[in-house]
Design a protein. Structure first.
Length: 506
C-alpha cells in the first residue's frame, strides 16, 4: 500500500498534465492509392473498400496478393536483368478495427472455396493411396525365397520396384507457417502457394522470428521471393532439394509490431524488407457511417457484382493445370512474359530515376535496398496485371508497364513516408515492445522490473535489456518513477514506475 507521503506525491503527479514523447515520429497522411493503374483489379479493390469501409490500401494489398497467387505458377516475367517470378510479398499495417480481416476474407473467397473443394478430394485420394500402398507391400513381401519369381511375372517393370506415390496436398493458402512447415508443404504439396494471414504479429512474435531463428526465416523467404532452389539437410533424414516453387506472402500487423519489424536489423541486413511492399494507410475509424439510401444500395449492389466477377476470374485461373517439368509432379516450369520494346524503354527510364534518387542526399538514400528492387517489382506487378487480364498474353505492353511503375511509385512514396518517422535502432524497438505490452497486457497502474522480467515480452526478459527499456521509457515520459512503497502483484515494492499510456490518460 502507499504511505501517506507517497499518496501525497501520487495526487500531485496525477493532477499534472502528462504529455509523453512518442518513441517514433508521427506518420504523415497517406497518399491515395493509384486505383487507375490497377487495371483489371481496380473494380475489385474499389468494391472491397466500399463494402467494408476499410482504407483502399488494405483492399489493394489483399487483391494484389490473390492475383499474384493466381499468376505466379504459370508465368515468370522478364526484367531488366533476366527473368524473375511474379510472386510478390506484401505487409499491411493497420490497427485493430480497421477491417483487415474483412478485406482479406472478401479478396480470398475464391482461393478458400478452391482449397475446400480440393482438400475434400485429397482426403479420398489419400485413402485410395493407403490401399494401393498396402497392396504393393503385400505383393513385395514373399512368403518364401522363390516367391519373387512368381510375383514378378505379372508386373510391369516399373510396378516391380516403385511404390505408389502419395497425392500432393493441394491447398493454396497457408495461414500460420514456420519456414520449416512451409518447406514441408512445398515438398509434399502444391508447388504454388500463398502465405496469407491477418495475424502477422503472431508470425513475427512466434518461433520463426525468435532471434536464433530470424536469420534462417528471413533468408528462406528471400530465396522464395527470388525463385531460387531451397535445400535442407538434417542428420536424421535424407537431404531435400526443392526447385520450381512459387510463394506469395501477405502479412497484416498492427502499428506497434510494425515499428519493431521495420527497425529489425536482421531483416534489414538480410534483405527481406527490401522485397516487401508495405502499406500503412491512415485510419478511417470514426468516419464509417452506414447509409441506406437508394443510391447507396445501388452502389452496394454494383460493388457485389464487381466482386463476383473478380472471384469468378480467380477461380478460372486456379483450376488451370500448372506447367511442370516432364518427369516431375511439382517442379514448376513457367513460361516467360517478355517486355515489349516500349515497355523495356519505360522500365529503363524508371530504373534511372530511382537510381539517381538512391544516391547520397537523394530521396531514397536511406531505403536504397528497397529502391534498388523497385524496377523488378514494377515488372512483376505489370506481369500480374497482364496475366490476370489475358492468360494467353505473351508480352507486357507499354500500358501495363506504365501501370506497374505507377503502383511502385506509390509504394516508394509509402516507404519514404514510413522511413520519415525515423529509423529506430534495436534499443528503441525493444522499448516500444515493452510500451505496447504494458498498454495491451498489464492491467495495473504500476509496474516494477521484477514483473517485467517475469511476464513481459519473452524475447526481452533479461535484466540488462529491461533496464535499458525502462530508462528509455522514463526519458520519454511513458514511465514515471514512483516514491515510497507500492503493492504490485500482491507484493510490496520500493522501486516501481507508474505507467502512462493513451488509454489511461483519458
Amino acid at each position: 500500500m502507499l504511505t501517506s507521503k507517497s499518496s501525497k506525491w501520487e495526487r500531485h503527479v496525477q493532477s499534472q498534465q502528462i504529455d509523453p514523447t512518442p518513441l517514433f515520429g508521427e506518420l504523415r497522411e497517406a497518399e491515395p492509392i493509384p486505383r487507375h493503374a490497377l487495371g483489371p483489379l481496380s473494380n475489385a479493390v474499389h468494391a472491397i473498400a466500399m463494402l467494408t469501409q476499410a482504407p483502399e490500401a488494405i483492399a489493394m494489398q489483399s487483391v494484389l496478393t490473390v492475383a499474384s497467387v493466381a499468376a505466379q505458377g504459370h508465368c515468370d516475367v522478364e526484367t531488366l536483368h533476366g527473368t524473375a517470378p511474379m510472386s510478390c510479398f506484401f505487409l499491411t499495417v493497420a490497427q485493430s478495427g480497421e477491417r483487415k480481416s474483412a478485406c482479406d476474407s472478401l479478396a480470398t473467397a475464391a482461393i478458400d472455396a478452391f482449397d475446400k473443394e480440393c482438400v475434400r478430394a485429397y482426403q479420398l485420394e489419400k485413402r485410395e493411396f493407403e490401399v494401393e500402398k498396402l497392396d504393393f507391400q503385400k505383393r513385395r513381401r514373399p512368403s518364401s525365397s522363390n516367391d519373387f519369381d512368381v510375383i514378378d511375372k505379372d508386373l510391369d517393370s516399373d510396378e516391380k520396384y516403385l511404390p505408389p506415390e502419395p497425392p500432393l496436398f493441394p491447398a493454396i493458402r497457408i495461414s500460420d507457417p514456420t519456414i520449416e512447415g512451409l518447406f514441408r508443404q512445398l515438398e509434399n504439396g502444391r508447388p504454388s502457394v500463398g502465405v496469407m494471414t491477418d495475424e502477422g504479429g503472431q508470425f513475427f512474435g512466434g518461433h520463426s522470428m525468435k532471434r536464433e531463428n530470424a536469420l534462417k526465416t528471413a533468408a528462406g523467404f528471400s530465396k522464395l521471393w527470388d525463385g531460387a532452389p531451397l535445400s535442407r539437410s538434417r542428420a536424421s533424414a535424407e537431404p531435400v532439394w526443392l526447385s520450381g516453387k512459387r510463394v506469395s506472402l501477405h502479412l497484416m500487423i498492427q502499428p506497434g509490431v510494425a515499428q519493431q519489424v521495420i527497425g529489425d536489423p536482421t531483416m534489414k541486413d538480410q534483405g527481406l524488407l527490401s522485397r516487401v511492399l508495405v502499406a500503412w494507410p491512415s485510419s478511417k475509424i470514426g468516419s464509417r457511417i452506414i447509409r441506406k439510401g437508394i443510391a447507396d444500395n445501388e452502389l452496394s449492389d454494383l460493388a457485389k457484382l464487381y466482386l463476383e466477377k473478380f472471384n469468378a476470374r480467380v477461380s478460372e485461373l486456379l483450376i488451370q493445370d500448372l506447367p511442370v517439368h516432364d518427369g516431375t509432379r511439382a517442379e514448376l516450369n513457367p513460361r516467360c512474359l517478355a517486355l515489349s520494346e516500349d515497355a523495356r524503354s519505360q522500365l529503363e527510364a524508371f530504373y534511372n530515376r530511382v537510381e539517381v534518387a538512391s544516391g547520397r542526399g537523394g530521396a531514397f538514400e536511406y531505403m536504397s535496398g528497397f529502391a534498388a528492387k523497385a524496377p523488378e517489382m514494377a515488372a512483376r506487378i505489370a506481369g500480374i496485371l497482364t496475366f490476370f487480364a489475358d492468360e494467353e498474353a505473351h508480352e507486357i505492353s507499354s500500358e501495363e508497364i506504365e501501370n506497374g511503375i505507377a503502383i511502385l511509385e506509390w509504394y516508394l512514396s509509402e516507404m519514404l513516408r514510413i522511413e520519415d518517422t525515423g529509423r529506430p535502432d534495436q534499443a528503441l524497438c525493444d522499448a516500444e515492445a515493452i510500451r505496447i505490452w504494458l498498454r495491451d497486457n498489464w492491467t495495473e497502474d504500476y509496474i516494477n522490473k521484477r514483473m517485467l522480467m517475469k511476464y513481459g515480452p519473452g524475447h526481452l526478459r533479461d535484466g540488462n535489456t529491461i533496464s535499458a527499456c525502462i530508462q528509455k521509457l522514463e526519458e520519454s515520459g511513458w514511465l514515471i518513477r514512483g516514491k515510497g512503497q507500492q503493492s504490485i502483484d500482491g507484493k510490496g515494492s520500493r522501486t516501481f514506475w507508474r505507467i502512462v499510456c493513451e488509454e489511461r490518460q483519458k
